[in-house]
Design a protein around this ligand. Structure first.
Ligand code: G3P
Length: 226
């Protein structure tokens, strides 16, 4: 399972990159705009923090396949590293994915804004490396976000498709666990949610108990003091 951080907030990225086993960072225009700062300064800082090995997903702002490819070429040059171009699924996006794959440019393709299994399968056929279904946005309209992810995983298994499922748009830890249970390869979530995923009051209580029992015999000494 790949855990990816869905934010462009530099202090969250610094913290999570140090403490959590994140495989990279995903962004989109809304996430970038939230930081209200210079675009290349921001993505450059993110690349510096996570290094060249970890994935950085940056979404295109263009609407035609040719312009999407042009933007990908500029991003590859200016940002570099392990870079994925996020493209919303649509006719031009599918064409751009195929063009990028044929171009030999050293970038991956993440087809995003996926809401149905067929959008995902067709994106994979066009050459996408990842597809990003939006779980909570489906749940919010009384659809079944986890069910859609499960169907995509099944379709990819049925046809031995190498494309990975990168589920996004989470509002709670249960959704993350549910997509993991159906075999989703990757999830992207914000820092608050990933921290919540390892938090449990019984864990805090257990740690307090260990400390109290140790201190009752050894006081403030630690193993390093013996
Ligand atoms: O990566 C896509 C994701 O950020 C969408 O999440 O919370 O805007 O539905 P949300």
């Amino acid at each position: 399972m790949e855990y990816i951080l869905d934010t462009a907030n530099v202090s969250d990225i610094k913290y999570m990159n140090e403490y959590f086993p994140i495989a990279g960072v995903t962004t989109n225009p809304s996430i970038i705009a939230k930081e209200k700062t210079d675009f290349y300064g921001l993505v450059g800082s993110i690349r510096n923090i996570i290094g060249n090995e970890k994935m950085l997903h940056i979404q295109t702002t263009q609407k035609t396949a040719e312009k999407i490819v042009e933007e990908a070429e500029v991003l590859a040059k200016k940002v570099g590293g392990n870079l994925y171009i996020k493209i919303p699924v649509c006719d031009e996006g599918l064409k751009a994915a195929s063009m990028l794959k044929r171009s030999g440019l050293n970038v991956g393709v993440t087809m995003t804004a996926i809401f149905t299994p067929q959008q995902a399968l067709i994106s994979a056929m066009a050459g996408a490396d990842y597809v990003a279904p939006y779980v909570n946005r489906l749940d919010s309209i009384s659809a079944d976000g986890v069910g859609v992810v499960a169907d995509i995983v099944t379709l990819f298994q049925n046809f031995d498709v190498k494309c990975k499922v990168l589920a996004a748009s989470f509002k709670n830890v249960q959704q993350i666990n549910d997509v993991a249970l159906v075999g989703c390869h990757s999830v992207t979530a914000n820092a608050e949610l990933l921290k919540a995923a390892i938090s449990h009051p019984m864990t805090d209580k257990a740690i307090q108990g260990f400390d109290a029992d140790w201190q009752s015999v050894y006081g403030s000494s630690t193993i390093l003091d013996f």
